[in-house]
Design a protein around this ligand. Structure first.
Ligand code: GGG
Length: 360
């Protein structure tokens, strides 16, 4: 037998339910590796970074943290955010620090409607729904440009400037990514989202680049939709969606709406990709740390386990990724569900059912 192909993965559970769902995802991946008859293996290294680390060291991750991560094949992330640390400190100190410095510029967030999960959309009962939100993950409203000043000026209070950055380079690469993805789907369509009627500089540049890039993909249908109209479309005409490409903030909001429409934020998977593979990509559930239910063993592991499937796709293990997806569907379809989606099962029970449903 040849040596197994070993994927080195950095696990960063971070905060709250992130700890529980990363453990669940690791268990599923290890079960797959054990069943691979020595074809592949995962070598894990866990990093205890996050809000507890902040309490002990005054930072979310060590100063050389990126250096410690840079040679891994992938990063498997949980969730960031805890009441003891200001949200902007925890987010920029960990998740955004990694995404931006590893140029993980494409955040892929599929919206999947699973069997046995009730959607608040009546249409979901009779219509096949499913789309992918492609989030520009490196600039836009998350560019981190701006500042606060003039706090000492008498009478008027402080001022703050928060600038969004749109570059032709950044817009073009995420749009080409979205079009290439659309070409792999049954419905070849890209919907571009902006607020370019009100934001007449950056978002009009986005629109212009979209028109130019679209010309290179004549086989892919397009539409440009304002973000408010797209929010309504998610609810009223979701069957018209296939790939939705949007700026950092707009896509974050829309993908949360999409997950909620699919039944729960706990279901949604995501991949933060550096498509050039100069840096490791990072896979994480869309949901945050959920302090209200953290540590109780009741959170939904499906988003994290689905993110593990996206990681396997990234490694080229497509059959194994599909096996995880089918196992998730078999599990929700058979009624083994956590309470956020109307069930009574614990995190561990759902995880074990998914492992039991793996067919290789
Ligand atoms: N697993 C995703 C996560 O931890 N999200 C925390 C959060 O607050 N994210 C906001 C954002 O990245 O825009």
């Amino acid at each position: 037998m040849t040596d197994p192909q070993t994927f080195r993965i950095a696990a960063i559970p971070a905060d709250g339910v992130g700890i529980e769902v990363v453990e669940a995802g690791r268990t599923v991946l290890d079960a797959l590796a054990a069943a691979s008859h020595g074809r592949f293996a995962f070598a894990w290294q866990e990093f205890d970074w996050g809000s507890d680390h902040y309490a002990r060291h005054g930072r979310m991750m060590p100063a050389d943290g990126l250096d410690q991560l840079k040679d891994f094949d992938a990063l498997y992330f949980g969730a960031v955010g805890w009441p003891t640390v200001p949200d902007h400190v925890s987010l920029w100190g960990l998740r955004l620090n990694i995404c931006q410095n590893f140029d993980q510029w494409a955040n892929v967030r599929p919206v999947e409607f699973l069997p046995g999960i009730q959607s608040p959309l009546r249409k979901a009962d009779s219509t096949d729904l499913g789309w992918v939100v492609v989030r520009e993950n490196s600039e836009g409203e998350y560019a981190g440009l701006g500042g606060r000043n003039l706090g000492a000026r008498p009478g008027t209070g402080e001022v703050a400037v928060q600038s969004a950055l749109f570059t032709e380079y950044g817009c073009e690469r995420i749009m080409r990514f979205a079009f290439d993805l659309a070409r792999t789907r049954t419905v070849k369509k890209v919907s571009s989202v902006t607020k370019s009627n009100a934001q007449q500089y950056g978002m009009v540049l986005w629109d212009d680049v979209f028109t130019r890039v679209a010309a290179d993909y004549p086989d892919v249908a397009t539409e440009s939709v304002l973000v408010d109209a797209m929010a309504a479309k998610f609810v009223l005409r979701p069957e018209e969606l296939s790939v939705v490409v949007a700026s950092n903030l707009n896509a974050d909001i829309l993908s949360d709406l999409g997950s909620a429409l699919a039944g729960s934020l706990g279901l949604a998977a995501s991949a933060n990709l550096n498509p050039e593979r100069r840096f490791p990509s990072m896979f994480e559930p869309v949901h945050g740390s959920a302090p209200d239910i953290a540590g109780r063993g009741i959170c939904n592991p499906v988003g994290a386990i689905g993110s593990a499937a996206l990681m396997l796709d990234h490694f080229g293990l497509h059959a194994e990724a599909a096996a995880i997806r089918h196992a998730i569907e078999a599990t929700t379809g058979s009624g083994v569900r956590t309470r956020d989606v109307g069930g009574t099962a614990a995190t561990r029970e759902v995880t074990e059912a998914i492992i039991g449903n793996l067919k290789l």
